[in-house]
Design a protein. Structure first.
Length: 202
């Protein structure tokens, strides 16, 4: 039962994590191209840079997870990502040069693996090989829910709010903090309801 509570809390953390990321991620290229008049072939260089970060970061995050601990890396990954999204908000507000966006987005992609690797390691420690398909399918469902809802929410915010991109990015800070709380509940063994309640009350 405790395993179920912890995996459900982590599934909620993954849902909020992917929701926060997907609110802004699809719209940053549109903002840079349409609002800042940066050529799309230049904007497109962001994606291979982010992919490179995702390739290079997991060995580092795995090494740190084994030496520092799962809990710290999960919370550090979420807190760092929240700070980076707030930096993106400031860059959009001050119309910073493109290369700064590219650097922050690349770092953000790499830092995102800190939570992912630590969460996967934690679940591996917590479960038996027979339990893992069920537990990881629950995590995948949470991730897919976040990716399904996030772009719709981001599009709504961009339509109804002035400087929608800026405010969407600023909103990431609270969402990442909520995800961190859910992850913390999972590690502490709190009930899934407690973790989800904190997501609502962040």
């Amino acid at each position: 039962m405790k395993h179920d509570n912890r995996s459900t809390s982590l599934a909620a953390a993954w849902a909020i994590n992917s929701l926060a990321y997907s609110i802004v991620y699809p719209f940053i290229p549109i903002y840079l191209h349409e609002e800042r008049n940066i050529p799309m072939d230049v904007v497109g260089t962001i994606f291979p840079l982010m992919g490179l970060a995702v390739i290079l970061a997991p060995p580092v995050s795995g090494w740190l997870t084994d030496r520092i601990g799962r809990r710290f890396m999960m919370q550090f990954g979420q807190s760092s990502r929240a700070a980076l999204f707030l930096i993106l908000a400031a860059l959009a507000f001050w119309q910073a040069p493109f290369w700064l966006f590219a650097v922050i987005l690349m770092i953000n992609a790499g830092v995102g693996t800190f939570f992912q690797v630590a969460a996967d390691s934690y679940l591996t420690d917590l479960t038996t090989p027979e339990e893992r398909p069920r537990v990881y399918s629950k995590i995948r469902i949470g991730t897919n829910i976040g990716w399904a809802v996030g772009p719709m929410l981001g599009a709504f915010l961009a339509l109804v709010l002035a400087l929608g991109l800026v405010w969407s990015v600023v909103g990431q800070g609270g969402l990442q903090r909520a995800s961190e709380r859910a992850a913390s509940h999972a590690i502490e063994g709190a009930g899934a309801v407690d973790g989800i309640r904190d997501l609502v009350l962040f």
